[in-house]
Design a protein around this ligand. Structure first.
Ligand code: SF4
Length: 278
């Protein structure tokens, strides 16, 4: 199915900051690094967070050393936790124990929403049709888990469910990559490709699941139908690369990479603003 004909509704899996109480700016811990200019423990509001839940340095995040904030995406977990799990209650006015619960629940729901994103993508693939019943079942179960109450979510051991869905997505990947023109024997699963020179490489249908592609030169690379689930694309150069039909690419992966107007993207993703503004 061509990208523009994809039908699965992903609107609930896109961040809607206007309906969230800035949970990512409070719940998550930061370690001072190239992505964050300061240390911050989980549960402590970022010093740049305004009382209206806006970011005080939004226009200059990258220049101020907070590129991590421009890369991050909650897959819509923020608005679900704020508006559904906690019924519109703001952590600012909540009891300390309830606020802590909100911060504990947020990363759990974020993982579940990430799974929902992958499952939505799999359901849009023609090649995965024989697996649609299993995929729908997995999506229903994941939705069910994400809709649990706060206490249940905080106590949830996600690993078994995550693993089961991952196995299913692996089968989807095998089916979808079959016949994309992949070269036999090319398998970059979990590969260490830090700084690799892959300019103009033919990577059609290759699996790069969990590969470390930090700062790799992928300019002009043909990544059509490649599986990029969990690949680390930080500072990878995707200028003029073709990711049409690439599997399981997420917005945070793109946000962390470099690219330009000539980069061809899967239809469900948007071109990061910093690719065009520098
Ligand atoms: S710098 Fe802005 S976007 Fe980043 S955590 Fe702080 S308030 Fe949130």
């Amino acid at each position: 199915m061509p990208d523009h004909e994809r039908t699965t509704d992903r609107s609930a899996l896109r961040a809607d900051c206007a309906r969230c109480f800035a949970l990512c700016c409070v719940a998550l811990p930061f370690a001072a690094s190239s992505g964050f200019a300061l240390d911050k423990p989980a549960g402590k509001p970022c010093p740049h967070l305004r009382t209206d839940h806006g970011c005080g340095i939004h226009a200059g995040l990258r220049e101020r050393g907070f590129t991590g904030c421009t890369v991050y995406d909650c897959f819509g977990a923020g608005q679900r936790v704020s508006q559904v799990t906690f019924g519109g209650r703001d952590w600012r006015g909540a009891e300390r124990a309830e606020a802590r619960l909100m911060f504990d629940v947020f990363p759990v729901v974020r993982r579940l929403h990430e799974l929902l994103w992958y499952l939505a993508e799999a359901l849009d693939l023609d090649a995965a049709r024989p697996l649609h019943a299993e995929l729908r079942q997995a999506r229903e179960r994941t939705e069910e888990l994400a809709g649990e109450d706060a206490e249940a979510l905080a106590a949830l051991d996600l690993d078994a469910h995550w693993h089961a869905v991952a196995q299913l997505l692996l089968r989807v990947s095998e089916s979808a990559r079959h016949g994309v023109g992949r070269k036999k024997g090319k398998d970059g699963r979990g590969a260490n490709l830090i700084g690799a020179r892959l300019k103009d490489a033919d990577l059609r249908g290759v699996t790069l699941r969990g590969a470390c592609l930090i700062a790799a030169d992928l300019t002009g690379a043909d990544l059509r139908g490649a599986d990029l689930i969990g690949a680390d694309l930080r500072d990878a150069d995707l200028t003029d690369a073709d990711l049409t039909g690439a599997l399981f690419v997420t917005q945070p992966q793109l946000n962390a990479a470099k690219g330009g107007p000539g980069t061809r993207l899967p239809g469900s993703l948007v071109r990061p603003v910093h690719w065009t503004t520098g």
